[in-house]
Design a protein around this ligand. Structure first.
Ligand code: GAR
Length: 194
């Protein structure tokens, strides 16, 4: 059985999709969902789906081996960041080299980096499209390897959509979320099963 560990900070719609996708699989399981926020909806969702959960704080994550020990116990084949907003520690990446992936709600290298998450990304895409209305603007999703810098690792998958004059940050967010839900579980499956 291949094991997925998901890190998420918020709502967890992507985590939910991933959990649903692999439910009942005899090859792949979501072994645990971990969050830096005790009250994150993602923990409720995971627990309701029968997936083990835990939360942690900055000290656990950056200063101690708490997380490293949890992960060494699980021995995940892949660590998936699905809306996880803290910088991932180098010491964990080094123990699981090449196995930590992230989803970003835009076409990196555009609209990435520190502070570029969730609605901030879609607002920036919208503002860019408005300021450059003479040209076509695209957004989309990027699934990439995680390195110790925000949004810098090698790209695994990208797909794009056009931003139309009728779009708002909200409609962009909705379309991008649909792309994430459609592709993220499939890309994870492909990485794990080849
Ligand atoms: C997703 O759109 C994900 O791409 C984004 O947070 C959202 C989480 O939604 N991640 C980032 O912006 C990382 N820079 P969810 O909690 O409903 O899955």
């Amino acid at each position: 059985m291949k094991r997925i560990v998901i890190f998420a900070s918020g709502n967890g719609t992507n985590a939910q999709r991933i959990i649903n996708h692999f439910k009942g699989s005899s090859d792949i399981e979501v072994a645990q969902v971990l969050s830096n926020k005790k009250s994150a909806k993602v923990l409720e969702r995971a627990a309701a789906s029968g997936v083990r959960t835990a939360s942690f704080d900055r000290n656990d994550f950056y200063k101690t081996d708490t997380l490293l020990n949890i992960l060494k116990n699980i021995k995940p084949d892949i660590i998936v960041l699905a809306g996880f907003l803290w910088l991932f520690p180098e010491k964990i990446i080094n123990i699981f080299p090449d196995s930590v992936i992230n989803i970003h709600p835009a076409l990196l290298p555009d609209f990435g980096g520190k502070g570029m998450y969730g609605k901030h990304v879609h607002e920036a895409v919208f503002a860019f499209a408005k300021a450059n209305s003479e040209q076509k603007t695209y957004t989309g999703i990027t699934i990439h390897k995680v390195t110790p810098e925000y949004d810098k690792g090698k790209y695994i998958f990208q797909t794009k959509i056009e931003v139309t004059p009728e779009d708002t940050p909200e409609t962009i967010a909705k379309k991008v979320r649909e792309l994430e839900h459609k592709h993220f579980p499939e890309v994870i499956e492909k990485i794990l099963m080849g």
